[in-house]
Design a protein around this ligand. Structure first.
Ligand SMILES: *Cc1c(COP(=O)(O)O)cnc(C)c1O
Length: 389
């Protein structure tokens, strides 16, 4: 089966990991620090904090903004459940803003309307908004920031799909229009540390808090301790934190992967362009990348009539093409329905989902494999168009 996504690990990556494995320090150490510096520099951000996953990163980002019980966080339904769950870990409530059907990203108009309606009804606004850069193309951050900043709604970008992408010519993760940006290094994403994630920010205060929360809320920095007579072994816990650390084993893999990211992104864009060209003039639609964005192309999503999506899924899977679906709208999950959300609450996300199919896209996908996928796809839709089975 050709998967929808897959990591590319080369001899250099393996060598780097083996070297750390032979060193005395295999948990969080100098490689994590080096990875953080490389990430911050690549993203044009002041700080990067590496953690054990993007889910952990989202959780800590919410905590660092003091999101807690009684607070509200907004995100989009068209995302992995982790974007919404993060707020709930903190005891906050979640609500959603619908998407733009052409990009799969947060709809700025829907955000403006939801803010206006919330104010009109005298209800509380969210403490934070988590826009998701779906498939690798950035949301319209300038417009989102313009709506949120005057109301003190903090912004956490979920860029799990989008490291290596650009917004208005600047790297995703530079945080020009947000408080923090979160990345995932799961193997299906752009670069990998097996499991792993990171947060970039331009706030020294947030970066320090994130680093402390990542490790039990403990500081070993004498300058920050309440006990000014601390013996050498002493550490202080200042708030309730977690063990969300990344290991040096993982960080060195991340460093090695990051050195290849520009080639990865070029290859993804090249393959995406080949899909787009092949689908031109066919009845199959594809998500658009807005003019303000250079996509990292984590996913290539096509759109087909809702009644054809499931048969097409099975037909392509039958040909060993591992198509997949991104995403089941979060508010339709049973655990969210139990919170009071209903089918029909976010109709654009729901219609988008019924028509969406993700084609395989990863750096080691051969053009011959891609040609096979395209042929099978066009063949299937042609048969349907002529009414044959
Ligand atoms: C993958 C993903 C996550 C979670 O990432 P992990 O590193 O697996 O925790 C969160 N949000 C989005 C949009 C994702 O795609």
């Amino acid at each position: 089966m050709i998967p929808y996504g897959r990591q590319e690990i080369d001899a250099e990556d393996i060598q780097a990991v083996v070297e750390v494995l032979k060193s005395p320090l295999i948990t969080q150490g100098p490689k994590v620090e080096a990875f953080e510096q490389a990430l911050a520099s690549y993203c044009h951000a002041q700080h990067a904090v590496a953690v054990s996953s993007a889910t952990a990163a989202l959780h800590l980002a919410c905590l660092a903004l003091d999101v807690g019980a009684g607070d509200l966080v907004w995100t989009v339904p068209n995302t992995f459940v982790a974007s919404a769950n993060a707020a709930r870990y903190c005891g906050a409530a979640v609500d959603f803003v619908d998407i733009d059907a052409t990009t799969g990203n947060l709809c700025v108009q829907a955000l403006a309307e939801k803010i206006a309606n919330t104010q009109e009804q005298g209800k509380p606004l969210p403490k934070a908004l988590i826009p998701v850069h779906f498939a690798g193309a950035s949301c319209n951050m300038k417009a989102i920031h313009a709506l949120c900043a005057p109301l003190n709604i903090r912004i956490i970008e979920d860029a799990s799909h989008a490291i290596g992408g650009k917004y208005e010519g600047e790297p995703v993760g530079c945080c020009r229009y947000s408080d923090m940006t979160v990345f995932s290094f799961h193997p299906v994403k752009i670069i990998t540390t097996a499991e792993g994630g990171a947060i970039t920010t331009n706030s020294g205060v947030l970066a320090e808090r994130l680093a402390m929360l990542r490790s039990h809320g403990i500081t070993k920095d004498k300058a920050r301790m309440q006990n000014n007579n601390a013996p050498q072994w002493y550490y202080e816990q200042h708030e309730l934190g977690y063990n969300y650390r990344l290991s040096d084993l993982q960080a060195v893999l991340g460093l090695s992967q990051l050195s290849k990211i520009d080639r990865f992104i070029q290859q993804r864009n090249h393959l995406a362009e080949r899909y787009s060209q092949a689908l031109k003039g066919s009845p199959i639609g594809a998500l658009q990348v807005p003019a303000h964005s250079y996509s990292s192309y984590h996913l290539f999503v096509i759109q087909v009539p809702a009644e054809q999506r499931e048969p097409l899924f099975h037909r392509l899977r039958g040909a060993n093409i591992g198509v997949w679906v991104h995403y089941i709208p979060v508010h339709t999950q049973p655990d969210y329905q139990a919170l009071g959300f209903n089918h029909g609450d976010f109709p654009v996300s729901e219609t988008y989902y019924q028509q969406a199919l993700t084609l395989p896209l990863f750096t080691t996908l051969a053009e011959s494999q891609q040609d096979f996928i395209i042929a099978e796809l066009l063949n299937a839709t042609e048969l349907k168009a002529t009414g044959l089975k």
